[in-house]
Design a protein around this ligand. Structure first.
Ligand code: NAD
Length: 477
């Protein structure tokens, strides 16, 4: 069998120890892999690479079939970019797949029947990193959600459910508040779900969904969600299944894939042969099926389950009365190696098969009639509304007139309430009274007029109708 080239990063903190343990197990199980080491993480950040990686490394990652990555330490202080986010977005690894299973009674958990998969959107949402300090005391992060991003991840979740014999896909969103961004995610979930008639589907508002997940995780099967909710809730799910040290994750794209543990570099545990290598090992098992060596994945996973059953546990999952032997990273890896070829007796054994290629559907592009009808101008002003209102209330261009002023989304003019607390960022809406369309030059002239009056403009946002329906919130709070 030819060897599959994979890029390997040993990472920081406990990274090198758990990577060594994982690679020993992979080799002992007969993995046909050719390792291409790359250096990333803290040392590279401190050498001056703001993304934690020498850009020359992209070529190695590009030439290999997969990237196995140990956790890294992001140095404290500003100016450093998240390496994980950079890798995921640069390589288009849009799907983050995190299985969270309990191994009761061998690993202590309140949720013995938990066996779920979190499919997290990996490229968009607040992780697009579009942030601004707009004025001395106001910052803003943009939650970006696109139809393409939603279609890719939601279809991936249903395809995953289909190929892994999962019965249900649940969507978590907060579209009662974020009607446009999470509303789009929910709408596309409702468009795609009926195309998979054998798979049940349901949607939950993320707050009550998260509460249900923490309380009764056995109710869930595959859960698909936007990036931020997925980031938070996959750690919660891993922790309540037994330990964050027990969960691996796959980052899948059309042109590459990265596999890792979900936990960080646990610097306080580094260099002491203490860390549990299971999270990275489970990531590596996902990698072996991905690169077409499912029999190796099966051997390792069953040997690992057998080791858990034997009560050979690292400190994080060791419990008096349940565990038999507290071991370090190296000894745990050795026990897994000795169990290769064995199957667990009471935990369900796994059987992996060759991955079925996903039939990617073309992305849909909608083409509604789009009409510009006004502009929101964001103003920096410290002081009362009255002190700048008289200046701008007469600004008009064509049909555009000042129609509303809001502060933190709350209407403060023309019908404000005296109790409303205002900050230094004001949104001033210029719109025709009857929603008549305007020219782009009209909106630009509004900005020019405000500038001439000495108004301090932070930013502007155009107001559109799409097939006659407003593409902006109404500011009627
Ligand atoms: P962490 O996941 O490193 O540690 C959280 C807790 O879990 C600690 O008590 C730690 O001892 C324990 N733990 C984690 N992994 C373990 C393992 N394999 N075995 C036993 N115990 C384990 O989270 P943190 O302390 O918030 O972050 C430490 C560093 O890791 C930070 O610099 C952070 O930026 C980085 N980080 C990296 C990644 C990544 O590279 N994917 C992810 C998260 C955090």
């Amino acid at each position: 069998m030819t060897q599959t080239p994979i890029a390997v990063a040993y990472g920081d903190g406990i990274g090198p120890e758990i990577m060594e343990a994982t690679l020993r197990i992979l080799h002992a199980a007969g993995a046909q892999i050719e390792i291409h080491p790359i250096e990333i993480g803290e040392r590279m950040y401190l050498k001056g690479f703001v993304t934690g990686m020498d850009p020359a490394m992209w070529n190695i990652i590009r030439k290999t079939k997969a990237f196995l990555k140990a956790p890294i330490t992001t140095p404290q202080g500003g100016g450093f970019k998240s390496l994980n986010v950079t890798i995921r977005t640069t390589l288009g690894l849009y799907a983050n797949v995190r299985p969270c299973t309990s191994y009761f009674p061998y690993v202590d958990t309140k949720h013995p029947d938990m066996d779920l998969i979190i499919v997290r959107e990996n490229e968009e949402d607040l992780y697009a990193g579009i942030e601004y300090r707009q004025s001395p005391d106001v910052c803003s992060s943009i939650k970006l959600i696109s139809r393409a991003g939603c279609e890719k991840i939601i279809r991936y979740a249903f395809e995953y459910a289909k190929t892994h014999n999962r019965k249900k896909v649940t969507c978590f969103i907060k579209d009662n508040i974020m009607k446009f961004s999470d509303g789009l995610f929910h709408k596309i979930f409702d468009e795609i779900a009926p195309q998979y008639s054998d798979i049940l589907n349901e949607s939950w508002i993320v707050d009550i969904g998260a509460a249900k997940l923490a309380d009764s995780p056995e109710l869930f099967d595959v859960i698909v969600m936007p990036n931020l909710y997925g980031d938070i809730l996959s750690d919660v799910a891993a922790q309540i299944s037994g330990s964050v040290g027990l969960a691996g994750s796959a980052n899948i794209g059309d042109h590459g894939a990265m596999f890792e543990a979900i936990h960080g570099s646990a610097p306080r545990r580094a260099g002491q042969n203490l860390a549990n290598p299971s999270g990275l090992l489970l990531g590596a098992i996902q990698m072996m099926t991905h690169i077409g060596q499912p029999e190796v994945a099966t051997r390792i996973h069953n040997g690992w389950l057998k080791t858990l059953e034997q009560g050979i546990h690292t400190y994080d999952i060791y419990r008096e009365g349940i565990s038999k032997q507290k071991v370090g990273t190296k000894e745990f890896a050795q026990a897994v190696i000795q169990n290769l070829g064995k199957t667990p007796e009471s935990l369900p054994p796994v059987v992996y098969s060759a991955p079925k290629p996903h039939q990617n559907q073309p992305i849909t592009f909608t083409d509604p009639r789009r009409q510009l009808i006004g502009i929101d101008a964001y103003i920096y002003h410290r002081g009362s509304l009255d002190s700048f209102l008289s200046k701008i209330s007469h600004v008009n261009v064509g049909n555009l007139r000042l129609s509303k002023i809001t502060n933190r989304g709350v209407a403060v003019w023309p019908h404000g309430q005296p109790e409303t607390f205002c900050i230094e960022q004001w949104r001033c809406r210029f719109q025709a009274t009857d929603d008549r369309p305007c020219a782009q030059s009209d909106t630009i002239q509004i900005l020019h007029a405000l500038d001439r009056l000495g108004i301090d403009l932070i930013k502007s946002e155009n107001l559109y109708l799409f097939d006659g329906i407003p593409g902006f919130t109404s500011a009627e709070k």
